[in-house]
Ligand binder design. Structure first.
Ligand SMILES: CC(C)(COP(=O)(O)OP(=O)(O)OC[C@H]1O[C@@H](n2cnc3c(N)ncnc32)[C@H](O)[C@@H]1OP(=O)(O)O)[C@@H](O)C(=O)NCCC(=O)NCCS
Length: 193
């Protein structure tokens, strides 16, 4: 199955050993709120910790709109053991002229440091090169959030450099570290997930 730029954000179900990646549904709002209300999870992302279930419902509605309009969207990350949605991973932006995209992700605090986001990101990189015409996948993290950089490294992404005060996040300009992986560097079947 190959998706051209016209239907790339339809996001089919994909899986890894421990995770199911699928479209976000309105019934996921409670699970999303459970981890998105944690300021630790929101510290280095561009959204604020949620303060009500309504905000999680709004997010689910926003995702439904993105799927419908074929705009950059995210998978929900479902823990196969519990059946609960424990995070999201997906496309933050898409540059049609240059066939490149930026990925972003977040995970429930109680699931950190178990290799789960590495598993999810490897699968999404594999899917993106296998099923779309994307040539370059980027991801960026605040320099104060090295765990995210470690995830990118473990997935074969290369560090390109620091972009000084690139983002304004929660009242401060922050330095970010940019990573990428190119189609020419990706070997089908090389990422184990
Ligand atoms: C960043 C995040 C996605 C990582 O997910 P995760 O499932 O815990 O990541 P993994 O377990 O696959 O890998 C984490 C790696 O970072 C390392 N790490 C953890 N804390 C670290 C720190 N303070 N400094 C350096 N490395 C750190 C871990 O040891 C591990 O590396 P290792 O396998 O070599 O030991 C998760 O912490 C998260 O969702 N944070 C909140 C949202 C967020 O920051 N998203 C990214 C925005 S760019």
């Amino acid at each position: 199955m190959f998706f051209s730029s016209s239907n790339m954000f339809c996001l089919p179900e994909i899986e890894t050993k421990r995770l199911l990646l699928r479209r976000i549904r309105s019934s996921d709002a409670q699970d999303i709120f459970m981890y998105s209300k944690d300021p630790e999870v929101a510290k280095y992302v561009l959204w604020r910790a949620q303060t009500s279930l309504r905000e999680a419902k709004d997010y689910c509605r926003f995702m439904a709109r993105q799927y419908r309009l074929d705009e950059p969207s995210s998978w929900g990350i479902v823990d196969k053991d519990s059946g609960h949605l424990i995070g999201t991973i997906g496309y933050m932006s898409y540059d049609t002229d240059n066939s490149s995209t930026e990925l972003g992700y977040s995970l429930a605090h109680w699931k950190w440091n178990q290799g789960l986001m590495t598993e999810a990101l490897k699968r999404v990189i594999d899917y993106t090169f296998d099923a779309t015409n994307i040539n370059r996948i980027e991801a960026q993290h605040e320099t104060e959030n090295p765990a995210s950089g470690r995830v990118m490294e473990k997935c074969g992404m290369k560090k390109e450099g620091i972009l000084r005060q690139r983002l304004y996040n929660k009242g401060r300009y922050v330095d970010v570290c940019l990573y990428s992986i190119l189609r020419s560097e990706y070997k089908k079947g090389s990422l184990k997930f």
